[in-house]
Design a protein around this ligand. Structure first.
Ligand code: NAP
Length: 264
């Protein structure tokens, strides 16, 4: 039996175990997906232990995505993003970032063309993954963040990107094709980082927030006729990408999607 898992703190309510185990069952793979919650001080020991015990792969979540980077051999994308969310223990442990594919594959699933101008709101982990993912597809990326200096730092690293605050979003979204909310706004309260006046019918809007699934941003976007994509699609496709990396097989996407949504 192969062992996969998720390492983070806390990981108690993660939907990754049912999502991955549904895929193993569908494809007849003898594997389990379990959660691990080490203290920050024991992260390195935990990864060495996982490697020694023959764990095949781990996803990584808050607060360890950045801390894992120096402990594995990161691929170029993970290195540019500065965060690892997937570790492959075959041979020397390598680090990957599938949040980026989570963004692009969520748009592609909804037949949204990855071109034109994209506005990424947020410059934390999810914002970094979204900005690099879209820029690598040739999208002109505009990064808007509450802390403007953080947007500026990211825009210096991302090809053809510009940096902005949150107060100019009406102008920024005028003529834009894609919008990603990569802030945590919308999770705790029924709030949105983007005024409805800035939204329009030609936008495809991806909200990284997946609890709740229907955020105020997505309701506002649907009201103006925009294409809306909830955060479970990004969560699904980061998992699909990790599954395909580890197993070298096509993921049963619909099965994983059903299991994920049933667990949210
Ligand atoms: P993070 O690194 O802590 O970044 C948080 C971001 O939110 C920063 O840009 C921060 O701005 C902004 N922010 C926080 N509170 C704000 C407020 N009141 N007003 C405006 N901006 C605010 O977090 P993260 O890991 O990027 O996660 C961000 C969100 O994406 C979370 O909801 C997370 O659950 C979600 N996410 C979803 C997926 C998925 O697969 N669907 C994957 C990863 C993350 P400052 O820089 O100014 O602090």
């Amino acid at each position: 039996m192969q062992v996969y898992g998720l390492i983070g703190n806390p990981v108690g309510h993660s939907v990754s175990p049912p999502m991955h185990e549904a895929a193993y069952e569908e494809l007849g793979i003898d594997a389990r997906y379990v959660t691990f919650e080490p203290s920050p001080e024991s992260l390195g020991v935990a990864l060495d232990g996982a490697s020694a015990l023959g764990v095949r792969g781990l996803n990584v979540t808050i607060p360890f995505k950045e801390d894992v980077l120096p402990l594995v051999d990161p691929d170029p994308l993970a290195e540019r993003i500065g965060a690892v969310n997937t570790i492959d223990f075959e041979g020397e442990p390598t680090g990957h970032n599938t949040d980026a594919a989570g963004v692009t594959r969520a748009f592609e699933h909804h037949d949204v063309s990855l071109s034109g101008t994209g506005v990424v709101v947020g410059a934390g982990g999810a914002g970094r993954a979204a900005a690099f993912a879209l820029a690598d597809e040739g999208v002109d990326v505009r990064i808007a963040n509450r802390t403007v200096s953080r947007a500026e730092g990211l825009a210096e690293e991302v090809p053809n990107a510009s940096a902005h605050g949150l107060d100019g979003l009406d102008a920024l979204l005028d003529g834009a094709d894609l919008l990603v909310n990569a802030t945590s706004v919308g999770m705790e309260a029924d709030e949105t980082p983007v005024p409805q006046s800035a939204l329009h019918a030609d936008l495809a809007v991806l909200d990284a927030v997946y609890k709740p699934l229907e955020t105020r941003l997505l309701r506002d976007a649907a009201d103006v006729g925009a294409t809306t994509i909830d955060g479970a699609w990004m969560l699904l496709y980061q998992g699909v990408e990790a599954f395909e990396h580890w197993t070298d097989r096509d993921a049963p996407v619909a099965v994983m999607n059903n299991a994920l949504r049933a667990s949210l």
